[in-house]
Design a protein around this ligand. Structure first.
Ligand code: ADP
Ligand code: ASP
Ligand code: MG
Length: 418
């Protein structure tokens, strides 16, 4: 007997038929004698619709009321799944975030989890054999008692938090793909499913654009040591759940030490969420970087890539950096306001850019990985705007028009094509 958390995303609960399919996955595990907590997302498209309604009602809406609205999608699916499970003869009840309670901080619309006690759920597993059907994405602000939500994609994080709280043996993330791929399979049909990915790599992939898991869910899984298994909810629920490796098709996210075969490059991610700002002819003297990035930080704008050119004459230089595209206008206005303090000739901005990243823990011990990327992109005539690197990733900013070509080129040059 094991204790499992099973998380189902929006496409997996998109209508009643799909919810019945999810219930069959749950029944299979219950029949096998396991204790089960299920975490569900809203029906696909529902959260987008709710977000749009809030914007329609008022573009400058109160984030606490936004949370009251958008949390409702998960309330519906958790109740519906409990109803279907009960109809199958399984003891089940739904739980809203405030009922658990899953406590968060007060950052409404992207709240962080502060605490979750799993004792009541465990008691019910033992005493009543009751399946907990938990509304993902939502919690309760510990200070005020108001409903909060965990940011888009937050049901993944709910699932990991539940798994940690009930000391689950496994946290299975059921989605619309049968695992984590070398890159988004919707863009590169040759992408291949990865057998296992290290937490650190998954963290980079998720932060750099692979939306298959919310970044915070990977962070939490890494610190709480919750192993994740990403698999498809469209696999036949009642068929034998094994392939030739003794488990269903999917990807295990685990500690690096557990992974036997390490590739140099594990995957390619991309994000259209960036915008580039270049400041021309900035004085090359101490304090200038502080004059630029200080006001941006004060305005809560996250600066990502930064390049400062070496000045030819020791007097003037160019500084280029990127900000989230949603903050582009605000960032430009902030810089414009600080212009007299910074001192620059002109500001240029581009929002039609994409950040393509090459990720792999194997890079730590291999030289020349970046050079390969630069060469292969040059051969395709793709101009590189900004580069940034860390121990296990290289990120390259290019024109958005070349996204697919760049991702496919890099995927192939690192031997990832299937
Ligand atoms: P859910 O609704 O189940 O949470 P998401 O839409 O959030 O599902 O995440 C699954 C999607 O993530 C896939 O349909 C796929 O297009 C996308 N994706 C992006 N990068 C990857 C990747 N490297 N591997 C697998 N899926 C990816
Ligand atoms: N329903 C929420 C969203 O669409 C949370 C989730 O699905 O993980 O962002
Ligand atoms: Mg998701």
């Amino acid at each position: 007997m094991a204790r499992l958390v099973m998380k189902f995303g929006g496409t997996s609960v998109a209508d009643i038929e799909r919810i019945r399919n999810v219930a069959r996955h749950v029944k299979r595990e219950v029949d096998a004698g396991h204790e089960v907590a299920v975490v569900v997302s809203a029906m696909s498209g529902k959260t987008n619709e709710l977000v749009a309604w809030c914007r329609d009602a008022s573009p400058m809406h109160d984030a606490r009321e936004y949370d009251a609205v958008v949390a409702s999608g998960e309330q519906v699916t958790s109740g519906l799944l409990a109803i279907v499970l009960q109809g199958m003869g399984i003891t089940a009840r739904s739980w809203q975030g405030w009922q658990l309670p899953l406590y968060t901080d007060g950052t409404h619309a992207s709240a962080r989890i502060k605490g979750l006690n799993g004792e009541e759920l465990i008691k019910r597993f033992k005493e009543r054999k009751e399946v907990a059907v938990i509304a993902g994405f939502q919690g309760i602000n510990q200070e005020t008692g108001r409903i909060s939500t965990l940011g888009r994609g937050g049901s993944d994080t709910s699932a990991v938090a539940v798994a940690a709280a009930v000391h689950a043996d496994r946290c299975d993330i059921y989605t619309d793909v049968d695992g984590v791929y070398t890159t988004d399979p919707r863009i590169v049909p040759k992408a291949q499913r990865l057998e296992a990915v290290a937490f650190e790599e998954m963290l980079e992939m998720a932060s750099l654009g692979a939306k298959v898991l919310q970044v915070r869910s990977v962070e939490l899984a890494m610190t709480q040591k919750v192993r994740l298994f990403v698999r498809s909810s469209f696999d036949a629920p009642d068929a034998p759940q094994v392939d030739n490796k003794g488990r269903p098709p999917g990807t295990l996210i685990c500690d690096e030490e557990e992974i036997v075969e390490n590739q140099i490059v594990t995957g390619i991610a991309f994000s259209k969420d960036e915008a580039q700002i270049a400041l021309r002819e900035v004085a090359d003297k101490p304090g200038v970087a502080a004059a630029i990035f200080g006001p941006l930080a004060a305005a809560h704008i996250n600066v990502d890539m930064i390049v400062q050119n070496v000045s030819a004459d020791g007097k003037k230089t160019d500084i280029t950096f990127t900000v989230p595209v949603a903050e582009f206008a605000k960032a430009k206005a902030t810089i414009e306001k600080a212009k007299s303090k910074i001192g620059f000739a002109s500001m240029e901005g581009y929002s039609d850019v994409v950040k393509v990243s090459v990720i792999g823990v194997g890079m730590r011990s291999h030289a020349g990985v970046a050079a390969t990327a630069f060469r292969s992109l040059a051969e395709k005539g793709i101009n590189i705007r900004v580069i940034s690197t860390s121990e296990i990733k290289i990120s390259i900013l290019i024109d958005a028009a070349y996204t697919e070509l760049a991702v496919r080129t890099l995927h192939s040059v690192y031997g990832l094509d299937g």
